[in-house]
Design a protein around this ligand. Structure first.
Ligand code: ADP
Ligand code: MG
Length: 311
């Protein structure tokens, strides 16, 4: 290929990646597949029961918390009632929504361990209309050890969330970076798993173990569990290696990889520091629009699968 043609191809890849808000029919997206554009979801007239989604990857720093906050906010913008469950003792989801979890009396830990705490005691409103949070803090790290001795230890989270299922359209559980008992509880409580994968070398390392764990949970504990999708995060179309990593994801997982790709941008850490989703912190940004597009894609997948609140 001549240098001009190569540059032109590079340029069109950049344009496609930067325009994931409004794809043109027939254009190839960053995942190398034609972009179709996702329909605007119908507004809901009735709410609930919720689809519960575990946002899961045992690797840290891949965008689980960022995806939980921003996909949640984008779904709420579409009129969905959203509950975000912070299920990481680090409490990053809570902090990212401007709630300092160390001064909170009732967290997910209390809900799991104390019979007289009800799910409603642990709910907090967020700055996003229609989106609530169940915060966690370092106390939750004790739950893992304590739960080991419980009967039905894998089902404790699912049990305590049950009363809230009729009240929401989507419940998203932000998992900690491990495949320990807390994450198993999230997978046992969930209808679907969403897996963020960072577009970096070694992104695929550990994915086989994650898939094996999901498979075991779906065979032994929770037969309804499905993989809702793999999300490529921190994509940078200017670097060859992130394009290669994305290509290998699509090669390995095909249509399970969302067409929507999240670019690497400093606006995400900036939004975290501000304690807001990017959809309100920098509403017109590429990052905000990428999560809005992901919300449409997720709702369309659920609609096509006949589950959840895609309608
Ligand atoms: P995890 O929950 O998987 O550990 P986070 O969502 O907390 O990952 O992200 C890790 C760090 O990377 C955070 O500082 C976050 O702000 C930042 N980050 C997340 N997504 C992006 C992105 N698309 N571009 C740039 N930085 C990002
Ligand atoms: Mg996190």
């Amino acid at each position: 290929m001549g240098i001009v043609a190569a540059l032109a191809q590079e340029g069109s890849a950049l344009v496609a990646a930067s325009r994931n808000a409004e794809p043109q029919a027939g254009e190839l997206g960053p995942t190398g597949r034609p972009l179709s554009g996702f329909p605007d979801p119908e507004p809901l007239v009735v709410h609930g029961p919720a689809r519960t989604v575990a946002v899961c990857n045992q690797k840290g720093g891949v965008g689980k918390t960022t995806t939980t906050i921003n996909l949640g906010a984008a779904l709420a913008e579409r009129g969905r009632r959203v509950l975000l469950v912070d299920f990481d003792p680090q409490g990053a989801l809570s902090v990212g929504l401007g709630i300092q979890p160390h001064d909170i009396d009732n967290t997910v830990y209390n809900l799991l361990m104390e019979r007289d705490v009800s799910a409603h005691d642990v709910l907090h409103k967020t700055c996003v209309d229609g989106m609530d949070l169940m915060p966690s803090n370092i106390d939750l790290s004790g739950a893992e050890v304590q739960l080991v001795h419980e009967v039905g230890r894998e089902y404790v989270l699912g049990g305590v969330l049950k009363p809230l299922v009729p009240e929401y359209d989507v419940i998203m559980i932000d998992c900690q970076p491990s495949l320990g008992l807390l994450t198993i509880n999230a997978l046992a409580a969930a209808d679907g798993v969403l897996i963020p994968l960072e577009c970096e070398y070694f992104a695929m390392r550990g994915v086989a173990l994650l898939m094996e764990t999901i498979d075991k949970v779906s065979r032994r504990l929770n037969t309804k569990l499905a993989i809702d999708g793999l999300l490529a995060t921190m994509y940078d179309s200017r670097t060859l290696h992130t394009r290669e990593v994305l290509a290998s994801m699509v090669n390995g997982f095909g249509d399970q990889v969302f067409h929507t790709v999240i670019n690497r941008t400093v606006r995400f850490p900036d939004a975290t520091v501000a304690g807001e989703p990017i959809t309100s912190f920098d509403s017109g940004s590429m990052g905000a629009n990428a999560y809005r597009e992901l919300a449409k894609e997720v709702l369309e997948r659920w609609r096509q699968a006949g589950v959840g609140h895609g309608g």
